[in-house]
Design a protein around this ligand. Structure first.
Ligand SMILES: *[C@@H]1O[C@H](CO)[C@@H](O)[C@H](O)[C@H]1NC(C)=O
Ligand SMILES: *[C@@H]1O[C@H](CO)[C@@H](O)[C@H](O)[C@H]1NC(C)=O
Length: 473
């Protein structure tokens, strides 16, 4: 409903030639940067009560300031270089008939709409440094006739056209279930946050449009999140035979969908955002039509990630949702769960995707992109008991100072890594011979080098060779 009215008003604006009132751009976020029980707005420094899927910078953390967001990040899964904002929502789970849970695959990361909604000729402001806010309420389990409740909706994308709903739909959505959250856009003009992280903001008269209340007179840019989940994969795998039911729940234990919510932590360069608000009014909605944005490629955005700091299972089949989140179906609001004595999750150091190889005199260089058309290293072997140790030993025997493990069971030896191939992050595959070690990934190689070794320039020979170039050693 929300989305339809949004489309309708875009159409209306075009007809009546209101120039800026309905301009917008969509910022694609290609992947979650992290899925973890973390929420630096609601539970700073602590384990959050439920799991979130987080899009944005790799500076995301349990506590996080505006400066942290901007200065500590080296990448973001969202595609504008001048934006280091973090965007997060609960994730979706499938509840099997035996009561076990497994996460629903997320399609990409999210699509974040930035919309220059305004009433009359009022100025639309960029978020100031330190700004943060919430939309929605994780405890709610029924529709309340409030603006906050109206800001939550779902689009069941299906071959058969289905209307948008406020809570979960029924039956399959063969092209995906889209979780949608509209943020308030009326600001008190003073506070960048508030105790409940909401009251410094208010919704305008029509939720997604209209005039601001006098208590919150300053208009900021309107934010709208779309996060897509592949519910159809459970039909394909035979785990769900849709029968006007909907066996999915949000990570906060919500079986109704009304308890959806979203968080925004500003990480924008304020000048860039203000310039974009004032000048990026192309009706295409394509962020690429906004010349002030330095764009991050889709591939680079997909690569960006952060490893977990809480050692708890968040994938596969689980007997309960992570945290204490018994599933409730309302209509009464949920109460904090009572799960009895259970092992408390703790925040540890972030998981390392490499191993200490100093016992072999080697150190980690990084995660490197490889290609079957242009191998990074000339020598290749494989073994169904591959470990990092095995690969380093093989390469050392042959006189190579660098060893790279790839795709769980492959080992490559070489002498240098072209700079442009370094800096990858998604080396995530456990080695076949030792599941505690990481052996690269598909077209990703975890590279170790002899301590103290500095690669000489070798005229790019290895880069062109496809296993053909042998080195004299
Ligand atoms: C519950 O059902 C799922 C789907 O069939 C299965 O994969 C899982 O192992 C089952 N869990 C238990 C505890 O039996
Ligand atoms: C708006 O975007 C389209 C492409 O999506 C482009 O062809 C056109 O030149 C843009 N208009 C302006 C004024 O930037």
């Amino acid at each position: 409903m929300l989305f339809k009215s949004f489309i309708a008003s875009v159409g209306l604006a075009i007809l009546t030639f209101v120039p800026h009132a309905t301009a917008f751009w969509r910022m694609p976020c290609e992947a979650p940067v992290l899925i973890e029980r973390s929420d630096p707005i609601v539970n700073p420094g602590q384990v959050s009560s439920h799991l979130h899927t987080i899009m944005g910078p790799n500076s995301f953390d349990f506590t996080m300031s505006y400066d942290d967001a901007r200065k500590k990040a080296t990448c973001s899964t969202c595609r504008v270089e001048q934006d280091r904002s973090a965007y997060w929502t609960p994730n979706l789970w499938f509840k099997a008939q035996n009561g076990s849970f497994t996460p629903v695959p997320q399609v990409g990361g999210g699509l974040i709409y930035y919309m220059q909604r305004r009433h009359g000729t009022e100025k639309v402001h960029a978020f100031p440094p330190g700004f943060r806010m919430l939309a929605g309420n994780p405890m709610v389990r029924s529709f309340k006739n409030t603006q906050a409740s109206k800001a939550i909706s779902y689009a069941c994308i299906d071959t058969v056209r289905k209307p948008e709903t406020r809570g979960f739909p029924k039956g399959n959505c063969d092209k995906g279930l889209r979780l949608q959250v509209f943020f308030p856009s009326c600001w008190d003009g003073k506070n960048t946050d508030s105790v409940d992280h909401k009251s410094h903001m208010a919704y305008p008269s029509d939720v997604d449009n209209g005039f601001c209340p006098t208590t919150h007179p300053k208009r900021v840019i309107s934010l709208f999140y779309e996060i897509m989940f592949d519910v159809n994969s459970f039909v394909e795998s035979g785990l769900w035979k849709p029968n006007n039911d909907f066996p999915f729940v949000l990570s906060n234990g919500d079986g109704t969908g009304f308890g959806s919510h979203a968080d925004f932590l500003n990480g924008w360069d304020q000048k860039t955002l203000q310039t974009a608000i004032d000048t990026c009014t192309n009706s295409s909605g394509d962020f690429a039509d906004c010349p002030v944005f330095k764009r991050i490629s889709g591939e680079a955005a997909k690569e960006c990630m952060l490893t977990k700091a809480i050692a708890e299972k968040t994938s596969g089949w689980l007997p309960a949702l992570p945290g204490c989140n018994p599933v409730t179906y309302g209509p009464a609001d949920a109460k904090p769960g009572n799960c009895g004595v259970q092992k408390q999750a703790v925040i540890g150091p972030r998981e390392k995707l490499y191993s200490d190889m100093s016992h072999l005199g080697f150190e980690y260089l990084g995660c490197v992109v490889d290609s079957i058309f242009a191998r990074t290293f000339p020598e290749r072997t494989w073994d169904d008991k591959m470990t990092i140790d095995m690969c380093i030993n093989k390469c050392t025997e042959k006189g190579f100072p660098m060893a790279g493990v790839q795709y769980a069971n492959e080992c490559y030896c070489g002498t240098r890594v072209p700079k442009e191939r370094l800096g990858m992050q998604r080396c995530l595959m456990p080695c076949v011979g030792d599941s505690k070690q990481i052996c690269g990934g598909q077209a990703r190689m975890s590279v170790y080098k002899k301590k103290g070794y500095v690669a000489k320039r070798v005229m790019g020979m290895e880069r062109r060779g496809n296993g053909a170039v042998r080195l004299r050693v």
